[in-house]
Design a protein around this ligand. Sequence first.
Ligand code: DGL
Length: 256
Amino acid sequence: MNIGFFDSGIGGLTVLREALALLPNENYLYYADTDNTPYGTKTKEEVKGLAFRAVEFLMSHSMKALVIACNAATSASVEDLRRKYDIPIIGMEPAVKPAVAKSLNGGKRVLVLSTALTLREVKFQDLVARVDTEHIVDMLPAPKLVELAERFVFDGPEVEDYLRELLPWDRINCYGTIVLGCTHFPFFRQVLSRMLPDSIDIIDGNRGTVNHLYDVLKSKNLLNNASEKGRILFFRSGAPIEDPAVLEKYNRLLRP
Ligand code: DGL
């Protein structure tokens, strides 16, 4: 039985990388909807339709759990997907709660970087209303990071120029934590750490999501007890990825 991971593109690999560290013996399916990336600039209805199509494909491959490794697809579809399928479905959510706890202590603000869809959706707005009692959370869509990541450009002048334009440098020291609220963004952790003051923590929700996956599988007795490492099958918008050069690129991003 497989654990399916799904994203608009390569972003979900940052979540799968964490899963491989915690659950190396599981068998995984990774589905990148690269024909339709990006999701974050589309409407909720469009993304919901794409998510249903991707998940239907994955469900035909004997699945025991699904990780929607995409914040945008989670906010557009997780509840409807859970109503339709009865396997555990784990979604992503920007790590606002731990960020608020950390930053409040230091009297600092939180900046959530994500996509326009995630930031305007009810799921995120509700989360902020619940945890941001002191009104210290700001948010910023960063769509070009998705596009750069899909071109495997994770560092260098193009990324630096964009970040120089995007981030509020004149008040950057107000922030104690930056939340990476899109699964494509951890690929930019290195360049962000280099450009940002050392006092700013950069956090994502990947570890939390994978811990949750572990707890759910354990509680349902679904963990794979095999002693050998599992395998990963990759798909791109409904077709297996067979090109060795592409497979190598994907596998490289999964190495710790
Ligand atoms: N990686 C996705 C997320 O976490 C989607 C990015 C996109 O396709 O715009 O939201």
